[in-house]
Design a protein around this ligand. Structure first.
Ligand SMILES: C[S@@+](CC[C@H](N)C(=O)[O-])C[C@H]1O[C@@H](n2cnc3c(N)ncnc32)[C@H](O)[C@@H]1O
Length: 272
């Protein structure tokens, strides 16, 4: 794809997104994306309303159980052996956990490997998504569980027709709370952090702030599992992939060491 075509696609995507935003902010006096940014930056009641409306209804929430096999493989090869070696409760964070499938998947991956001394905390800016995550109830078709349940057998109770709920023995390891990673690091510090498909939504400035706060949420020695591609959306995916590649290739952060992974996942070791 040539540069010109990429620029044109970008312009069209931006136009399309702007129409969507205008629809969501009906009744609020904004005539350009810059107006929206300035309202949010000013804060106040209106700024908060705009931010909350965009977080709940505009930022994409797509997720599923074991969504990125590469990221989970990197976790099982790199993160899990480290957790098993630390001889205390392992603390894992899922940043931008959406409706909870990722955090429960991490717990299931641990239990499948016989590792039980751990806790997973899932955080998301959207209170509505956190509420759904806390319920732990899923439709097996839309949550990626599939009808054969190969990945997750034994970890769900049937609920109603094609619905299941996460079993208590998984749920007792998992907590969820609303938190905006652009605002601050978490109060606790974690041994392994999953950050999957969060940076897809952030600007360059947002990524810098989010990364700073993610590092602030990590323990003195810890691991970061990253994945950002968007399979299935061919055109935007190519743009994302290019941007991610540029981003990670140029990323030089003190204490953050990129690890070799056997697949496309990106994993880092972090020393404070
Ligand atoms: C596409 S979903 C990815 C979910 C999951 N990590 C996955 O890969 O399947 C992105 C999630 O990031 C959340 N998010 C976006 N900005 C955030 C922020 N500043 N702080 C916390 N969560 C955020 C969104 O609400 C959304 O649920």
């Amino acid at each position: 794809m040539g540069i010109v075509e990429t620029e044109e696609i970008k312009r069209n995507v931006i136009l399309y997104l702007w129409e969507e935003i205008r629809g969501l902010l009906k009744g609020i006096p904004v005539s350009s994306p810059e107006d929206v940014v300035s309202l949010i930056e000013k804060g106040g009641e209106l700024g908060k309303r705009v931010r909350s409306s965009l977080s709940e209804d505009f930022v994409e929430d797509s997720t599923s159980f074991f969504r990125d096999p590469e990221a989970f493989a990197a976790y099982v090869n790199i993160g899990l052996p480290y957790l098993e070696s630390i001889k205390r409760e392992g603390k894992i964070l899922s940043v931008g956990c959406s409706t909870g499938e990722e955090a429960y998947s991490v717990a299931i991956a641990n239990l499948q490997k016989g590792y039980g001394n751990f806790r997973v905390d899932g955080i998301d800016v959207s209170e509505r998504r956190i509420g759904k995550a806390q319920k732990g109830e899923y439709g097996i078709l839309e949550s990626g569980l599939g009808l054969d349940g190969k990945l997750t057998q034994g970890f769900f109770n049937p609920k109603f027709l094609l619905e299941v709920e996460v079993k208590p023995e998984v749920r007792r390891h998992v907590n969820f709370f609303a938190h905006d990673i652009l605002n601050a690091p978490t109060e606790e510090q974690y041994d392994v952090v999953f950050c999957l498909h969060l940076f897809d939504h952030l600007s360059e400035k947002g990524r810098t702030v989010a990364l700073e706060n993610i590092l602030g949420s990590m323990a003195g020695e810890s691991y970061l599992i990253f994945h950002t591609l968007v399979p299935g959306f061919t055109v935007p995916s190519q743009m994302f992939q290019l941007e991610q590649k540029r981003y990670f290739d140029g990323l030089k952060v003190k204490g953050l060491e990129r690890l070799a992974t056997p697949n496309k996942a990106v994993a880092f070791k972090y020393h404070k």
